[in-house]
Design a protein around this ligand. Structure first.
Ligand SMILES: Cc1ncc(COP(=O)(O)O)c(C=O)c1O
Length: 305
């Protein structure tokens, strides 16, 4: 990527990306620029990012939402081509290469490559929200690297500062050089403390081989959960990439979060039925083993109750 705009959070980074797409659109002579976004996407809780988010429950009560988003099913290139046919206002596509809040849904390599090609043909910006799946979590620095493509815009936060609040909106290709100083900024954006945390995080991920570790341990975790839960009904799928793992059940299971807390386990349930695991990249093999034992017992008790 060519340049970075520093922010304080993931939603601010995505807000900057959305602004950038609109700015780009206006430069192309499009008066009402539109951005294609995905069903089940999560991009944040500020007004524009909430409007880009594909979750009616999260949006409820905050209407009117920001206009200018067109929603399509995930992994469906034909749906995007169909939008391109009749909507001449589209200037960008924004998506997560692995949807986190949406229930650990992975963009296929064909979809990612097709999307890159379509964006090139149409002159659209390809904007990847790597806030949750970036920074080594999937076994590579960024989710789009699994397809060998490069977006025009990417956003980062979460793992970027290892807990210190920092976000970033990075640009390349036709998105680079659009924003001038002052087009996006915030008092604390790019402050020395947060940037030092991010630089140290980058160096540590590299020097400790944490991406290879995430890939290997993630695969082992998925296999161990599959083995541990093989004999019970109610598991729909165990999927993921690196240390971004989802265990989908056949029923709503939000109560597992409280049951987990009571048992000393911090887990999350997204998309109503998916137990989502985003362990620290430094998770050890022994901790992974303990996680499988304790969480499988919890899921087993829940499904057989
Ligand atoms: C993919 C994605 N984008 C954006 C955000 C928003 O980030 P933040 O909570 O830092 O504003 C999140 C948060 O969960 C996320 O998962």
């Amino acid at each position: 990527m060519t340049e970075a705009f520093f922010c304080n959070s993931g939603c601010e980074a995505n807000e900057a990306a959305i602004k950038l797409a609109r700015f780009y659109g206006h430069q192309q002579g499009v008066d009402s620029p539109a951005i294609i976004v995905m069903e089940k996407a999560f991009h944040g809780r500020t007004l524009a990012t909430l409007s880009a988010t594909g979750n009616r429950k999260a949006q409820a009560g905050f209407e009117p939402l920001v206009s200018g988003f067109v929603r399509v099913p995930y992994n469906d290139l034909d749906a995007i081509r169909a939008v391109a046919e009749h909507n001449k206002n589209v200037v960008a596509v924004m998506l997560e290469m692995v949807q986190g809040e949406g229930g650990i849904n992975i963009a296929t390599v064909d979809f990612q490559r097709g999307l890159r090609q379509l964006c090139d043909e149409k002159g659209w910006l390809l904007m990847c929200d790597e806030v949750q799946c970036g920074m080594g979590r999937t076994g590579k620095w960024f989710g789009f690297q699994h397809a060998g493509i490069l977006p025009d815009v990417m956003t980062l936060a979460k793992g970027l500062g290892s807990g210190v609040p920092i976000g970033a909106c990075l640009t390349a290709g036709k998105a680079a050089g659009l924003f001038k100083p002052g087009n996006h900024g915030s008092t604390f954006g790019g402050n020395p403390l947060a940037c030092t945390a991010a630089l140290t995080t980058l160096a540590t991920i590299e020097s400790e081989g944490l991406m290879a570790h995430a890939e290997k341990l993630g695969a082992a975790l998925r296999q161990s959960f599959a083995d541990a839960l093989a004999d019970i009904a109610g598991i729909v799928a165990i999927r993921g990439q690196g240390l971004m793992i989802g265990i989908e059940l056949d029923r709503p299971c939000a109560e597992l979060v409280t049951k987990g807390l009571e048992a000393g386990l911090l887990i999350n349930v997204t998309a109503e039925k998916v137990v989502r695991l985003l362990p620290a990249l430094v998770l050890s093999e022994a901790e992974a083993k303990e996680l499988v034992e304790r969480l499988s017992a919890l899921i087993r008790a829940f499904l057989t109750a």
